[in-house]
Design a protein around this ligand. Structure first.
Ligand code: SF4
Ligand code: SF4
Length: 298
């Protein structure tokens, strides 16, 4: 009789229990805890658009300065979807914002830092119009917060971390990313231009504002003057608009009305392009026929 051998499996820090908003878990993080700052010394934190908005405001710098100085880029999928992570200090895995007193941007720390030691799982059932959020606890060896006496529900923890507003601002973007990544051939391979627009609208909010204020944008899209004024003066409104724009750029959903004359000009350009291609193909066919006759004459 053969004996089954069970190899020890690598320990995952994720507790295999799904929690709902009203479920309680044990955890407390505070300045006096011996592991204070440990979690910020070995980071791998992906940023969402609202994280960047808050950080650039906090630091009083432009989106471009924040991207260049405090983030590291990576690609989110095989199509080259651009992503950003929090940068680390040179030669370490320590967060660029970590100080000896703790987080240097605490009130504006990114969403992933707020969630820790919870993880979010947003899923949508087939034929359901809304996502269902569930949570799991992440227990890493260095984190002693799990041995503290405090328990709270997920909803209480989310409130204490100010997560509702962060999630409201980032939810639509996460849907766009998920749709793009899970869409496969149905969504199609993105063009270089659409990847650039994705970066601009997702991360470089000041650059996106200039783009919206440009003459070319105004010639193409029809915006209500009140909306135009609002998005040019309010970063949060601009970000919401950027996400509408992304759906149009990536998936062709008409979320922003296109000017009639601009649509007609586009159609004209498209027709001219098709006609030029047809002329080229006809000329090529004629050349091939001439070559064939020449070879028969020889
Ligand atoms: S932003 Fe703050 S909380 Fe987040 S990893 Fe950096 S130092 Fe830690
Ligand atoms: S308790 Fe956990 S989250 Fe808090 S400082 Fe320690 S390692 Fe970081």
């Amino acid at each position: 009789m053969s004996q089954e051998v069970h190899e020890p499996r690598p320990q995952s820090p994720i507790e295999p229990v799904r929690l709902g908003a009203d479920d309680a878990f044990r955890f407390r993080c505070h300045k006096g805890i011996p592991c204070f700052n440990k979690c910020c010394q070995n980071i791998d934190i992906m940023l969402a658009p609202y994280d960047l908005l808050r950080l650039k405001k906090r630091l009083g710098i432009t989106s471009r300065e924040l991207i260049d100085g405090c983030t590291a880029d990576f690609t989110m999928d095989g199509d080259g979807m651009p992503g950003l992570k929090l940068a680390t200090k040179e030669g370490t895995r320590e967060c660029v914002f970590l100080t000896k007193d703790g987080c240097g941007v605490y009130e504006d720390r990114p969403s992933a830092c707020r969630y820790y030691a919870l993880g979010l799982l947003a899923m949508r059932k087939k034929d359901s119009p809304t996502d269902e959020d569930s949570y799991f606890v992440v227990k890493e060896d260095h984190c002693l917060g799990h041995f503290e006496q405090q328990t709270q529900t997920v909803a209480e923890y989310r409130k204490s971390q100010g997560l509702d507003h962060y999630d409201d601002m980032n939810r639509e973007w996460r849907r766009v990313v998920l749709k793009k990544r899970s869409g496969g051939p149905a969504v199609g391979k993105p063009s270089q231009r659409s990847l650039e627009l994705f970066f601009l609208a997702s991360y470089d909010l000041d650059g996106f504002r200039d783009f919206v204020a440009s003459q070319g944008f105004g010639q193409l899209f029809e915006l209500e003057p009140a909306l135009s004024q609002q998005i040019l003066s309010d970063d949060e409104a601009l970000l919401q608009f950027a996400l509408r724009f992304l759906k149009q750029a990536l998936f062709g959903e008409i979320t922003i009305p296109v000017r009639k004359d601009a649509a007609e000009r586009r159609r004209e350009r498209y027709r001219a392009k098709v006609e030029a291609l047809e002329r080229e193909a006809a000329a090529r066919r004629a050349d091939e026929q001439d070559d064939l006759y020449d070879s028969l004459d020889e």
